[in-house]
Ligand binder design. Structure first.
Ligand SMILES: [Zn+2]
Length: 469
C-alpha cells in the first residue's frame, strides 16, 4: 500500500533531501472542439484539495505528528521547499462569506463565484464551462479522485453543471457524457440508479461501452495499474468511502483503497496522455469529520491526505511541466487544540490521548444501529471510554426514539468527556469563513498572488495550461 506508514514518511524525507441537470447540460458538447494546440507552459495540472481543512486542524495534526511520528507533516515541509508559491486564500461564495463545497469548487472550476449549493451555474441559470471541459477540448485527459462519492460537490465542481449539488444522478450522467477519463471514489449508487418503480438505470454498461475499465476494490484497482491508458472508473463504496481511521482498524474495509492508492492509480493512467491532463484529488472526508466534530477521524483523514503530498511532489519532480496546487476549500467545524492544564502543560498529553480512539463516530453509529442496542463494548472499542449508566441511557434513548439524533447523542453523552480528554474544541458543526493556505508549484505558480480569491485560481490554471484564449 502507498505511503501511509511512518517509514514511508522517513523515506520521503530522504528522497527529497529536506531536513526537517441534462437539458441544461452540454456546456462542453455544444461547443465544437477546438483543434488549437495548447500554448501554455504547463502540460498538466494536479489539484489536491483537503475538503474543510481548518487552520486549527493543521495545527493539531502538526503537533500530533511531531509527537507521534517525530517528523513534520508533509504539509509543513512544503514551506521549506524551493520554488514554492503560496497564497492566503479568500474562500467566500457569491451568496455568503461562508462557502459550501459546491460554490468553492465551482469558483476554482469555472472562474466565477456562484451561490452556495450550485455547481457551475450562476443565479440566472447560465451554465459556466468547467475546467475539465476546456481541458478535454484541448486534447488533455481528465481525472477526478475522492474519498467521497465521486458525484459529490468538490469533484463535480471541476466537470459538471447542475443548479443543485444534490443532483448526483445527473452529475454521474454528465461524467459519462463528458467522458472524464479517470473517476475514482465512492458513490456507486449514482451509477446504478434505483428508480421509484423498482427499475434500475445502469450507467456501468455504458461506461464499459465507451472503453472504460471498471473496478470496485483495491485488488482490482492494483491489477489494472499497468498504465494502459484506457479510461478508468473505480467505485469503491455505495456512498462515501469509510473513514481512514475505520479502514485502518476494521478488517471489513481492507479491500477499500485509500486516497493515496487512488491517486497513484490515477497518475499511472493519466501519465500516458500525450498532451497532459488535469486531475483533481480530494480528501473529501476531512470535512465530514469536521461536521461531526470527530477529532480522531479528522486527524486520520488529514494524515491520509498529507501522505498524498509526497506522491504529488515525486510526480512534479519527474515531470517539471506540471503545475501542482495544494489547498482546501474552506474550514469546517473550527477545530482547535486548546490550552489545557496549568501553564497548558496538559495540551501535549491530551493530544496524545486521541490515540485511544480507534473508530469514528460514524462506525459507532452503524455498529449500534445494527443491533438497536447500546453496546458498551463497541463504545470502549471506538472511543476508549467506559460508558456510565447515564451516558448509556442518553444513547439508548436516541436509538429507540430518534435514530437520526444518534450522532448528536454521542456528543450529548460523551462530548464534554472527550473535550476534557483531548483538549480539542470546536466552534460549530458548520463551515467557517477563515482564509486558508494555498500552495502552488511549477509552471504558472509564479502568477499566483500572495492573497488570492478562490475564483482567481481558474485563470491561473487555464492560463498556465494555455487552454482558454
Ligand atoms: Zn462540508
Amino acid at each position: 500500500m502507498v505511503n501511509s506508514t511512518p517509514s514511508s514518511r522517513r523515506q520521503f524525507l530522504k528522497l527529497s533531501g529536506l531536513a526537517g441537470a441534462a437539458s441544461m447540460l452540454p456546456a462542453c458538447s455544444t461547443i465544437a472542439p477546438s483543434n488549437a494546440k495548447p500554448t501554455g507552459q504547463a502540460k498538466s495540472v494536479i489539484f489536491l484539495v483537503a475538503d474543510g481543512l481548518c487552520n486549527g486542524t493543521v495545527g493539531l495534526a502538526h503537533h500530533w505528528n511531531l509527537r507521534n511520528e517525530q517528523t513534520p507533516l508533509h504539509w509543513i515541509q512544503l514551506f521549506e521547499r524551493e520554488r514554492l508559491h503560496r497564497a492566503y486564500q479568500d474562500t467566500a461564495s457569491a451568496s455568503s462569506p461562508v462557502t459550501d463545497s459546491a460554490a468553492a469548487a465551482s469558483a476554482w472550476g469555472c472562474g466565477q463565484r456562484v451561490n452556495n449549493g450550485a455547481i457551475n451555474m450562476d443565479a440566472a441559470g447560465n451554465t459556466l464551462k468547467p475546467i475539465l471541459s476546456y481541458a478535454k477540448e484541448a486534447g488533455k485527459a481528465t481525472g477526478l479522485v475522492s474519498t467521497c462519492r465521486i458525484t459529490h460537490a468538490t469533484p463535480a465542481g471541476f466537470a459538471t453543471n447542475v443548479p443543485n449539488r444534490g443532483m448526483e444522478d445527473a452529475i454521474a450522467r454528465q461524467y459519462l457524457e463528458r467522458e472524464v477519463d479517470v473517476l475514482l471514489g465512492g458513490g456507486a449508487r449514482h451509477f446504478s440508479q434505483k428508480q421509484e418503480d423498482g427499475s434500475v438505470i445502469d450507467y456501468i454498461p455504458r461506461f464499459k461501452g465507451k472503453g472504460y475499465e471498471v473496478v470496485t476494490n483495491a485488488t482490482e484497482l492494483n491489477s489494472v495499474n499497468a498504465g494502459r491508458g484506457s479510461p478508468l472508473l473505480g467505485l469503491f463504496a455505495h456512498g462515501h468511502l469509510p473513514y481512514a481511521i475505520d479502514r485502518k482498524h476494521d478488517s471489513a474495509h481492507q479491500d477499500v483503497p485509500g486516497l493515496g492508492d487512488m491517486f497513484r492509480a490515477a497518475l499511472t493512467r493519466l501519465d500516458t496522455a500525450k498532451d497532459g491532463f488535469v486531475l483533481q484529488v480530494e480528501g473529501g472526508r476531512v470535512d465530514h469529520a469536521g461536521h461531526a466534530n470527530d477529532s480522531a477521524a479528522i486527524l486520520h483523514e488529514f494524515l491520509e491526505f498529507d501522505d498524498c503530498i509526497p506522491i504529488a511532489l515525486e510526480y512534479i519532480d519527474a515531470h517539471p511541466d506540471t503545475m501542482l496546487v495544494i489547498t482546501t476549500d474552506h474550514g469546517t467545524g473550527g477545530c482547535q487544540l486548546n490550552g489545557a492544564g496549568a501553564a497548558y502543560a496538559d495540551s501535549g498529553p491530551a493530544l496524545d490521548r486521541i490515540n485511544q480512539f480507534k473508530y469514528s463516530f460514524e462506525w459507532l453509529h452503524s455498529r449500534l444501529m445494527a443491533t438497536g442496542q447500546f453496546d458498551p463494548v463497541a463504545v470502549k472499542m471506538a472511543l476508549g471510554i467506559d460508558a456510565t449508566p447515564e451516558q448509556a441511557a442518553i444513547v439508548q434513548a436516541a436509538i429507540d426514539a430518534k435514530p437520526q439524533y444518534l450522532s448528536g447523542s454521542f456528543h450529548e453523552a460523551f462530548g464534554k468527556q472527550i473535550k476534557d480528554l483531548t483538549a480539542v474544541g470546536w466552534s460549530s458543526g458548520n463551515h467557517t469563513s477563515e482564509c486558508v493556505e494555498l500552495f502552488a508549484f511549477g509552471p504558472g505558480s509564479e502568477a499566483v498572488p500572495s492573497f488570492v480569491k478562490n475564483y482567481e485560481m481558474f485563470e491561473m490554471m487555464t492560463r498556465a495550461l494555455g487552454i482558454r484564449t
